[in-house]
Design a binder for this molecule. Structure first.
Ligand SMILES: [Zn+2]
Length: 425
């Protein structure tokens, strides 16, 4: 071997070595990619399987009301649905008008909110509410809307109010009051403001507004007067002067029937405690349900909220005048606290601790009323906030029924009754 050949061989060896390293490196990368792909698709498959399981479970249980039915909705599934809905609500806003009619139908189907988590805490609700009411009753130049204030903060903190500080809202309010900016210019580049505004509107829009209420005449205690007001027109579900205790129990597991999560808020109190309608609406469901026992479901007039009051008293669960379709005003006594439920047999007391199960479902599209697409929100902070407005009741000794002491007129109910009247004429 001459010198030239030696050099040639050495170069060839090095080339082969470099090539081998390159090949091994590329192969490893491909391996990693395919691994993560299969991991991802198996995760999706798991979620799909879970959805099918939930669906079939609901069918086999033949649950009339779908209360507390959504099984195994793990954080994982919730998160995926949430991300999906955020993405879709964004996509829906960017619809291209030149799309074909078929595509349009498909996209319209997606253009409503699919998932909401309501984690606004009571302090934020109170601050936003106070700013709103003050701006109206003081007739301030800049009208503040509590839902807008909360949606702005929600869009900034991703809907997580656990670190909420009064100062955050104060800063926002000062900016708006200075008139340097208004809400639309402030939020025009915020990606999720519209989502939070719509989601929080669905939860809160029936709670604050104008209303008329009876009060006692200062000069004559026997006389009652009607006064027009602006403010909180929703009530705590537990009547005034009745004790209850509660804690944030949304999402904790329940085991009657099958393993599932608690999709409501329990308020422990004495059997017979008058239960009042939180918001005005019409009775959509009334009767026995194996989970909720004697229960009433009331839909808001805008159809976005379904209020669910369950485990009502054995033998005398509801106000006797109520039937499906009845219109109730916020604060009307609708039923009585009890411990019925957890039985297929009607009128059975199978709940250990007497309590009201209070649930709030959001409905952006009727397809979300029943099934795997149901959205139930945590109403712990909401009931805490509503504590400031409790309805005074009195007993009719003859009928043993309770009634509100001060009558109340919700313009939303008046409007709805007017529409029904016109439709029947
Ligand atoms: Zn419950």
């Amino acid at each position: 071997m001459n010198r030239f050949e030696k050099i040639k061989n050495a170069v060839m060896c090095e080339l082969i070595l470099v090539l081998s390293i390159l090949i091994i490196f590329t192969y490893q990368n491909i391996g990693n990619d395919s691994q993560s792909n299969s991991k991802h698709s198996s995760k999706e498959k798991k979620v799909e399987t879970m959805a099918v399981q939930i669906n079939s479970k609901q069918n086999t249980n033949d649950i009339e009301d779908n209360d507390e039915t959504t099984d195994l909705l793990t954080v994982e599934l919730n998160q995926i649905l949430k991300n999906k809905s955020l993405k879709e609500s964004g996509e829906a806003n960017n619809q291209n008008k030149s799309d074909s009619e078929d595509d349009k139908d498909k996209k319209e189907e997606k253009s409503y909110i699919k998932w909401v988590e309501f984690n606004v805490n009571c302090a934020a609700l109170e601050d936003a509410y106070n700013y709103d009411v003050q701006s109206v009753i003081n007739n301030e130049d800049v009208r503040l809307n509590w839902i807008e204030l909360l949606a702005y903060l929600g869009a900034r903190n991703g809907g997580n109010f656990s670190k909420y500080k009064k100062k955050d809202m104060e800063t926002l309010v000062d900016k708006l009051k200075s008139k340097e900016v208004d809400m639309s210019s402030l939020t025009k580049d915020m990606k999720y403001y519209n989502y939070y505004y719509e989601a929080y509107s669905a939860v809160l829009s029936g709670l604050v507004g104008e209303y008329e209420v009876e009060t006692t005449d200062e000069n004559n205690a026997e006389q009652k007067l009607w006064v027009k007001k602006y403010g909180l027109k929703a009530f705590s579900p537990i009547a005034k002067f009745y004790d209850y205790n509660d804690y944030d129990d949304f999402g904790v597991s329940r085991s009657y029937g099958y393993k599932r999560n608690h999709l409501g808020h329990d308020m422990m109190g004495q059997v017979g405690t008058p239960i009042v309608a939180v918001e005005s609406g019409y009775v959509e469901a009334l009767g026995w349900n194996q989970y909720g026992g004697w229960r009433i479901g009331i839909r808001s007039f805008d159809k976005k909220r379904y209020y669910y009051y369950a485990h009502l008293r054995k033998n005398f669960p509801y106000n006797k005048s109520l039937t499906v379709g009845s219109v109730v005003q916020a604060g009307d006594v609708i039923g009585y606290l009890g411990r019925t439920g957890y039985s297929r047999k009607e009128n059975t007391n199978n709940i250990d601790t007497s309590h009201l199960h209070f649930g709030l479902q959001l409905i952006f599209d009727e397809s979300q009323k029943e099934g795997i697409n149901e959205i139930w929100v945590d109403c712990y902070s909401l009931t805490k906030f509503l504590y400031r407005n409790r309805c005074e009741t009195k007993k009719d000794l003859e009928t043993k029924e309770y009634f509100r002491v001060y009558q109340f007129k919700d313009p939303a109910a008046e409007k709805y009754l007017e529409q029904i009247k016109n439709a029947n004429n």
